[in-house]
Design a protein around this ligand. Structure first.
Ligand SMILES: [Zn+2]
Length: 70
């Protein structure tokens, strides 16, 4: 019975220096268009907290396709 608390992976914001809980996730291609600094730039899926999501939206509001989360 080696199964321990391994399945719970808290989603935390992927912006460097931020430890807020993640609100949404985006593809790295979308996030790399913004100026947000990421903890792991090799990740495919980037989680953003509420605060950084707003920042991200502000920077990328000219591109409406970014509203699509999938
Ligand atoms: Zn954040």
């Amino acid at each position: 019975m080696a199964l321990a608390k391994h399945d719970v992976q808290p989603e935390v914001c992927d912006v460097a220096g931020c430890s807020n809980p993640a609100e949404r996730s985006f593809n790295i291609k979308q996030v790399s268009k913004s100026s947000l600094k990421l903890k792991d730039e090799g990740a495919r899926q980037i989680h953003l907290c509420k605060e950084h999501y707003r920042e991200f939206k502000k920077e990328t509001k000219t591109d409406r396709s970014l509203d699509q989360v999938y």
